[in-house]
Each structure stands twice: as structure tokens, then as C-alpha cells.
Design a protein around this ligand. Sequence first.
Ligand code: SF4
Length: 283
Amino acid sequence: MISVSLLSAYDYCARKLFLEQVLKLVVIPRDVVVKGSIRHEVHDKISKAEENFVKSIKKEVSYKEVLDGYKKSHSNILKQSIIKNKSKLAELKISLSEFFKNTWPLVLNESKDRAVNVHGFIKKHKVYGDELWKELSPKIETEYYVKSEDLILKGVVDKLEIYENKLVREVVPYELKTGKAPREGVWPGHKLQTGAYVLLLEKNKMFVREAFVKYLDINEARQIMMNPFLEKNVLETRDKVLELFKGKEIPVICDNKNKCASCPLKDKCYDEKFINRRMSLLS
Ligand code: SF4
């Protein structure tokens, strides 16, 4: 079974994926692992804290009051996670305040999304406390693990809105991305990744209403339209990744020199002797 994130990596540069995954030329920097695990922990705690917070709303409240409640809860969660991991951050010479400053805008977006959702629901349905939590729709889950033996794919949806009804579980997945967004639409790799999640969720008997890539730096969610072409593209890319993992053939150098210019593997990638030597070790 392969991870959905490998599809977008393949789309970016198949050769790079081969160098990383088959020739094992890259060790993920420890700071990336540590930062990623702290962020994962924060999102997990935010999801777990949701029920108690929603149940604590016992009367009509303004949007600002709901948002302030979320902000307080989420900033405490972030601070606690940073303190819990302070020795790891210190080892990497990352100051606690710097990590908070860089991570808080992403967490704040999460607070705002949840506040809009809960406040809108209260306004419409006038329910509070335990009943509010029971009725609340959508409920938001983060880091939602999904897999399918049939599709030979697995992955973690960054954020999932879940609308329960008696007949079917309706969902809206969001893939959250930092970094530059394209002028319009989404980057091809992001489209592939989100399309793969739609297929996985459907395989798991969910009805996908809509799907989005959210570019966090500009706080904009852009919709992905699922269609037979995207489905075919996902499955073909999955097959190419499976083939790549057999390690028989190294993909050619990509035709986008801008990608190569900023690639940390460029020296090794362009060194034919080195590549031939490493390839011969595979056989
Ligand atoms: S240098 Fe270019 S072709 Fe080689 S792995 Fe990097 S991006 Fe791909």
C-alpha cells in the first residue's frame, strides 16, 4: 500500500522520488520531523477538546465570544505542546517563542473556521450545551486516517467536515497547504492528492459533497472537481509509483530547470557515475 503523498511527490519529479525512496539518498531533517509531530499533536488535542468546549456553550453567544473561547483554548493547547516538547526544540536551537509565532497563524485559522461553524449552527438552530454537541453538523475532524486495500492507497486527510444523516455519512475533505498558491486553481500535485482522498473516502462508504485544497498563507480554499479524468490520473500515477518502487529503472531528469536549481539532490542527481554506482547496488 502506498501513501497518497507519494502521488504528488511523483508528479513533482519522479526522479527525485526515486532518489529519495529507492536509492535512499535523503534523510528527512530532524527539525521537519519534530515540527511535524508537534503540529500533529496540537491538531489532535484541538479535535479532542472540541466536545467539551461546544458543550460549555449554554446560551446565545456572539461570534466574537465563540471565537475568543476557541482562541483561548487553542492557544493554551499550542503552548502546552511547545512546553512538553521544549527539550526537543532546544536541541534543534528553535526558540519556543519563535515556534509559537510561526505556528499560531495556522492554529488561528482553525479557531476561526470552527467558530464560524459553531456560531452559524447556534444562530440557525437555537440549541446549546449537550444538545448543541449532539446536533452539531458538520463536526470537524483533523488528521483523518483513511485506507483501502482495493485502491492500494492510504493517507491522512488534513481536515474533514462530517455531516451525519441517517442514510449516509457526507464529508468535505480539505488538504491544507503552506507555501505559494498558484494564481488560480491548485497545483497539479495537490489536485492528484485531493482526488486520491476523494476516492479513498468513497471506498470507505462516505459521500463526498465537495473537496478543497486550502492555501493557508492566503487563507483561501479552492475547490477540486472530481471527474473520470482525475480518477484515471490518480490510478495511473499510483501504478507508476508502484512500478518506480520496483527500482528497475531510474526516471529521466525532469524538464523543469527551475525545480533542479532549487533541488537539494541536484549534485547527486546530475552525477552519472554516482547514479550508476548506486543503481548497480540495487541489482
Ligand atoms: S535535480 Fe531536478 S531532476 Fe534531479 S531530482 Fe532534483 S528536481 Fe528532479
